[in-house]
Write a protein that binds this ligand. Structure first.
Ligand code: PNS
Length: 173
């Protein structure tokens, strides 16, 4: 399938999605016709949220863009570059928050380019207010009863709190 320069894949664990991820999706929407938010199925990372839960949270957060067909949410298994080829995407987008992200991202981008040179990686910077935000810190703050209203869309807060409370209860039982 010929690669479409107007379709971009935004891959990640999204465990769970944060406003930082959503900021990157919005920026990518301005540059590309269609953004495929692709949740990686990587059991080695032992995500807290199941694939279906992560998909549900993303779909809820991205509802208006999905309705306008600017964005779709998918799950992928195996190599990202093979998935990008299957989807006919010409590019992969990743967010860069700080210099600390750079080494890992650079290594991945070059490894992906080595495997599939025709798929380009594009880095986008989120709004400065999200440079310190990560899914890992978000989960820690919820677990310890902190305030997360600025970090995820309001509609997602009850679902995330519920999951983390259930998880804590299960682990303490
Ligand atoms: O949100 P994350 O956890 O930083 O996303 C990492 C992700 C999913 C982009 C990366 O682990 C990935 O591409 N996984 C798919 C398997 C793959 O292609 N691995 C080789 C990368 S060079």
């Amino acid at each position: 399938m010929p690669l479409n320069r107007r379709i971009v894949i935004y891959p990640g664990s999204f465990d769970p999605v944060t406003n930082g991820h959503l900021d990157i999706v919005q920026r990518a929407c301005r540059l590309f016709d269609h953004v495929v938010v692709a949740i990686s199925h990587n059991p080695l990372k032992s995500p807290l949220f199941s694939l279906e839960e992560r998909r549900e949270l993303l779909e809820l957060a991205l509802k208006p863009l999905i309705r306008r067909k600017k964005v779709s949410v998918d799950v992928f298994d195996g190599l990202l570059v093979q998935y990008a080829r299957r989807r006919g995407a010409g590019a992969i987008v990743r967010g860069l928050r700080a210099v600390s992200d750079f080494e890992y991202e650079f290594q991945m981008a070059l490894m992906n380019r080595h495997q599939t040179p025709e798929v380009e990686t594009v880095f986008l910077m989120p709004d400065e207010k999200y440079t310190y935000l990560s899914s890992t810190l978000l989960k820690e703050i919820v677990r310890m009863g902190g305030e997360i209203g600025r970090f995820i869309p309001p509609a997602l807060i009850p679902k995330i709190r519920q999951k983390l409370t259930a998880h804590r209860f299960h682990n303490n039982a």
